[in-house]
Design a protein around this ligand. Structure first.
Ligand code: HEM
Length: 325
């Protein structure tokens, strides 16, 4: 087009870098024509793009924003389902495929999941409680009263933490009971059963160390009784078997180590606090990660052998394979 509009044929000269008078005219003409062309193109392009975007708003799944987030189609095919799960940072924590019978509530009672859910609630409410609580003999009980009576929502916060703690202990026992009833501790899940036993111990330790923190009579005497039992620990307690032979006394045995002294006092409160808020939650979290990873590596939740009752045989099945089966 620039060629046609240039009667002097000076196109090459101007492009060559030494334009004469004619060359300059050619350049200006070409720029003007180019701009005209661009404007013309924009006149057609902009409405086309706008139309496309308005269409996109009608169907958000076609917008670029949507496709950049959800990179795979959501058709109900096994491949798309697997891709959807595997390419999402949150979903990929779950297996792409599971045995439907294994995840029935009637099989798992959902107790492992509920235990984990309670642990999350405890962590969340526990961190909020830390904003108001000081682990010192002067402050601890006062802080609890302050939470109960003055802090907005303090009472519900404290009770959520306390109730979730009780429930977690109950849930973890029920979970263990279900694993036992379904024989899920057997090969290849022996290792995970052992991780589970450690998780049970750490759940109980979390409960026990939390008990002293309000510094009330209940907690004080519970921890007095509990730690007195440590006197009788074999080898490590001064009253336990072989303890005295190993030189254990009330001032160097395991009980002394737990309390940070020979009586339940300020040091015991501080030690309980640190174990309760830092040490045990970290260890329990790591064990939970291993526990969940092992469930996946052991072939998913054990589950009953997939069976179909005679009564169910004629019923239409749900799920992707139902139509094609
Ligand atoms: C903080 C404590 C615990 C948490 C959060 C936890 C969580 C879970 C979850 C979510 C599952 C998947 C199946 C289900 O929900 O039932 C599971 C499976 C399992 N858990 Fe735990 N668990 C805990 C403690 C224990 C304890 C105390 C034991 C046994 C001593 C145990 C042994 C197992 C075993 C063997 C499996 C595999 C079961 C199967 O494949 O059917 N867990 N756990």
């Amino acid at each position: 087009m620039a060629e046609e509009n240039n009667p002097n044929g000076s196109n090459g000269g101007s492009a060559g870098g030494s334009p004469g008078k004619n060359g300059k005219v050619g350049l200006v003409e070409r720029v003007t024509t180019g701009v005209k062309d661009d404007i013309q193109a924009l006149k057609t392009d902009i409405p086309a793009k706008a139309k496309e975007q308005i269409e996109g708003l009608k169907d958000p799944t076609k917008t670029q924003v949507y496709t950049s987030i959800f990179r795979h189609k959501h058709d109900d095919t096994p491949r798309n389902r697997a891709l959807g799960v595997l390419s999402n940072v949150f979903l990929h924590l779950h297996p792409a495929k599971i045995n439907r019978d294994a995840v029935r509530y009637s099989y798992t009672w959902g107790m492992g999941g509920i235990t984990f859910y309670l642990f999350i609630i405890l962590t969340y409410t526990g961190v909020l409680l830390m904003f108001y609580y000081h682990p010192s003999k002067v402050q601890a009980f006062r802080d609890v009263l302050y939470l109960e009576h003055d802090v907005p929502f303090g009472k519900i916060l404290r009770n959520m933490h306390r109730w979730a703690a009780h429930l977690m202990v109950i849930a973890v026992w029920l979970h263990m009971f279900r694993v036992f009833l379904t024989g899920s501790y057997k090969k290849p899940r022996e290792f995970n059963w052992n991780i589970g036993v450690l998780l049970l111990v750490f759940t109980l330790l979390l409960s026990f160390t939390g008990y002293l923190l309000p510094d009330d009579q209940l907690g004080f005497w519970a921890v007095t009784v509990g730690t007195n039992m440590a006197r009788a620990t074999p080898l490590l307690g001064h009253e336990g078997p072989f303890g005295s032979m190993l030189g254990m006394t009330p001032y160097n045995d395991v009980r002394f180590g737990l309390l940070g002294g020979s009586i339940v006092d300020a040091n015991a409160l501080l030690r309980s606090y640190i174990w309760h808020c830092i040490g045990i939650p970290i260890v329990a979290s790591v064990l939970m990660i291993v526990h969940f990873w092992r469930v996946r590596k052991d072939g998913g939740i054990s589950g009953p052998a997939p069976v179909m009752l005679e009564a169910e045989a004629d019923k239409p099945r749900r799920g992707p394979k139902a139509a094609g089966e």
